[in-house]
Design a protein around this ligand. Structure first.
Ligand SMILES: [Fe+2]
Ligand SMILES: [Fe+2]
Length: 361
């Protein structure tokens, strides 16, 4: 070998050794001779090793210091290697453990090795070359695990960013609707909260509650397309104006159905003015043909309309409102939803009050 080649080889070896130095190994063996030979052998390969002849002391060390890898003797006094692992696994699941055994026949059963998540074992009689290979592959796995962990963290933070952008988009769209129609402001928040409350009481899944929450906020988004003279008119609307206002579910549908993140809100936006008896709009859908979530929003929407002050009338009395919902069960409203809401009004009215106070009209 030429001198320059020899030099390069030494340089490469040094780089490799420096890389190895970042890992910390603890070796546990009750024979000091084994610890000594391991120390010499691994030092030569650039690894830093802490030796320990007392298994209890080793457990304490792992508790208090960071180690990447443990080389662990199996037959030891006063406790065997499997007990050491058992203790360590109670507080550390990450430590990579290679079990060193005196002889193949003394290897603990495979089941035990798997149960304690010992990653490898190696016979001490062998030359340490095999151990070196195992150590190298251990550190490769540790590095890969580290990369996977970092990627997971990265994905998690990206997911959080998407979630944040989604919520910001919702806010932005809401402000657009609210800027046009101040009545919608508190109304959307309350309809959203009442709908979620009904959904929770009906035992719906989180996924549906989330659609109810955002769908409630957006149910009147189509009002963006209705002229101000109609939306802001102080008195009652003429038939013609009312027919114009009735277009808001269809306009809303057009706005959201194009967007993949808002598409699941479409049934709420399009069908919140349908009636259970088929006399609603825009499709005159009947009963179960109306999306269940829209049937919930419909009750919340009507309740809020009745309990809010309008330019042409004051808030309606609660008893009168309850009566209207009772009468509407099975005609305007899905009876199951209406009865659940009446039950909330009767027995959990503090939850309704909480929403009214949080989003005053
Ligand atoms: Fe509406
Ligand atoms: Fe509404």
């Amino acid at each position: 070998m030429r001198l320059s080649e020899q030099k390069r080889e030494i340089e490469n070896q040094n780089i490799e050794n420096d890389k190895n130095k970042k890992y910390k190994i603890i070796a546990v063996d009750d024979e000091i001779g084994i610890i000594d030979s391991l120390t010499v052998f691994l030092k030569h390969s650039g690894y830093t090793l802490v030796g320990c002849t007392n298994p209890y002391e080793a457990i304490e060390k792992v508790k208090n210091e960071h180690f990447d890898l443990m080389l662990l003797d199996f037959m030891m006094d006063p406790i065997h290697g499997d007990t050491v692992v058992e203790e360590i696994r109670k507080f550390n699941k990450d430590l990579y453990i290679i079990l060193l055994t005196g002889h193949r026949s003394l290897v603990p059963p495979l089941e035990t090795i798997k149960k304690l998540s010992i990653q490898a074992y190696c016979e001490k009689e062998d030359k340490f070359d095999q151990l070196l290979l195992l150590i190298e592959s251990a550190f490769k796995s540790i590095e890969q695990m580290q990369t996977i962990r970092e990627m997971n963290d990265e994905l998690k933070s990206q997911k959080e960013m998407v979630e944040k952008a989604y919520l910001e988009t919702i806010q932005m769209l809401r402000y657009t609707v609210e800027a046009k129609d101040s009545y919608t402001r508190g109304h959307s928040d309350r309809v959203s909260a009442y709908s979620v409350l009904i959904g929770e009481e009906l035992g719906l899944y989180d996924k549906d509650l989330r659609v109810l929450k955002v769908g409630g906020l957006f149910h009147d988004i189509g009002k963006i397309g209705i002229s101000d003279t109609i939306l802001l008119k102080p008195g009652k609307l003429t038939d013609e104006e009312y027919n114009e206002l009735k277009k808001h579910p269809a306009i809303g549908k057009q706005i959201v159905e194009k967007s993949s993140i808002f598409r699941d809100l479409t049934p709420i936006i399009y069908s919140h003015h349908e009636r259970y008896d088929g006399n609603g709009y825009p499709m005159k859908l009947k009963g179960e043909d109306i999306s269940f979530l829209a049937r919930i929003v419909s009750v919340a929407d009507a309740f809020d309309a009745m309990t809010s002050r309008r330019s042409y009338r004051d808030k309606l009395e609660l008893d009168y409102v309850k009566d209207q919902i009772k009468q509407g069960a099975g005609s305007q409203f899905d009876p199951e939803v209406a009865n659940k809401f009446l039950d909330i009004l009767e027995n959990k009215y503090e939850k309704i009050e909480e929403i009214m106070n949080k989003f005053p009209s």
